[in-house]
Design a protein around this ligand. Structure first.
Ligand SMILES: CCCCCCCCCC(=O)SCCNC(=O)CCNC(=O)[C@H](O)C(C)(C)COP(=O)(O)OP(=O)(O)OC[C@H]1O[C@@H](n2cnc3c(N)ncnc32)[C@H](O)[C@@H]1OP(=O)(O)O
Length: 244
């Protein structure tokens, strides 16, 4: 028991020195793993890559943003573009530095809420891109049949979940470990089940520990506003985040 506690505290220290977000955003350790061929490749499945459930609209938008993650210079050289795709796992803690040990002790059966359904396309299909310079993000979201609220339309709680996830990821990217303190949502028009929508978030301001983010959900062609939200995130310590 004592040994476990010592191990947990060491892991917490190493996590504390590493912004939590680095895990989600392609921590070098994850990249190294993914370069090894199978069966030595123990990298987790990245849930934000295209799969057969994606609609043509979802795929088109993915390709639009993905093509801007790497651009070609006039000399034909490739360089990083304005956007960056964020990988997404269903058990992020396990893939943090030292997290493989911590995940054995902390909620070992826990899975990221939005990534916990195995059937592709059944619930939350999404991919998120960040534009660091413009401090904004975009998420392409396709709502599956398990997210029904009003007949044929997406449940308001599922929309709130996506807004919290997108603004929360964005705030984490900007400010390190954070928790949602306040989330304010206006539902303007229902989202048809199975449709692809865009969630666009931008940072409004940062004041000390507070990061203010706003977000809007629109149809894929941006012509229809579905939902608007503002969110406040407070920077927290890693131990607060893990409830320790
Ligand atoms: C890559 C990662 C991907 C992540 C994606 C998923 C993201 C999902 C994010 C979540 O869903 S987090 C889960 C839902 N949130 C929670 O469970 C948070 C529960 N609440 C808390 O843990 C604490 O209340 C909290 C950390 C938010 C704040 O507690 P603190 O003790 O750190 O702050 P404190 O109460 O001292 O307040 C600090 C400042 O914030 C202000 N504040 C706190 N709560 C507020 C609030 N709700 N509304 C407005 N202002 C608030 C407070 O007035 C004060 O302002 P001033 O400094 O100007 O005086």
């Amino acid at each position: 028991m004592l040994r476990s506690i010592v191990r947990i505290s060491r892991v917490c220290q190493s996590l504390g020195s590493l912004p939590y977000v680095q895990t989600q955003l392609g921590h070098p350790a994850v990249r190294t793993m993914s370069t090894l061929p199978w069966p030595f490749n123990s990298a987790p499945r990245d849930f934000s890559l295209p799969n057969s459930s994606w609609s043509s609209e979802m795929t088109r938008l993915y390709e639009h943003y993905n093509s801007q993650c790497e651009v070609e210079t006039e000399d034909g050289e490739k360089q990083r573009g304005p956007w960056r795709r964020l990988p997404s796992y269903n058990r992020s803690l396990k893939y943090a530095k030292g997290g493989v040990y911590l995940s054995k002790f902390v909620q070992s059966k826990a899975r990221l809420f939005t990534r916990n359904i195995k059937t592709a396309g059944a619930a939350f299909e999404y991919v998120m891109f960040i534009n660091k310079e413009e401090q904004r993000s975009v998420c392409i979201f396709q709502a599956g049949h398990l997210l029904e609220g009003p007949p044929g339309h997406v449940h308001g709680g599922a929309i709130a979940t996506m807004i919290d996830s997108v603004t929360g990821t964005h705030a984490t990217y900007l400010s390190g470990p954070v928790m949602t303190a306040n989330l304010n949502i206006n539902y303007r028009s229902p989202i048809p089940l199975g449709s692809t929508v865009l969630l666009e978030s931008c940072m409004d301001k940062k004041e000390g520990r507070k990061t203010f983010i706003s977000c809007k959900v629109t149809s894929a062609d941006s012509s229809k506003l579905h939902t608007e939200a503002t969110a406040l995130f407070l920077s927290v310590s890693v131990s607060h985040l893990l409830g320790m």
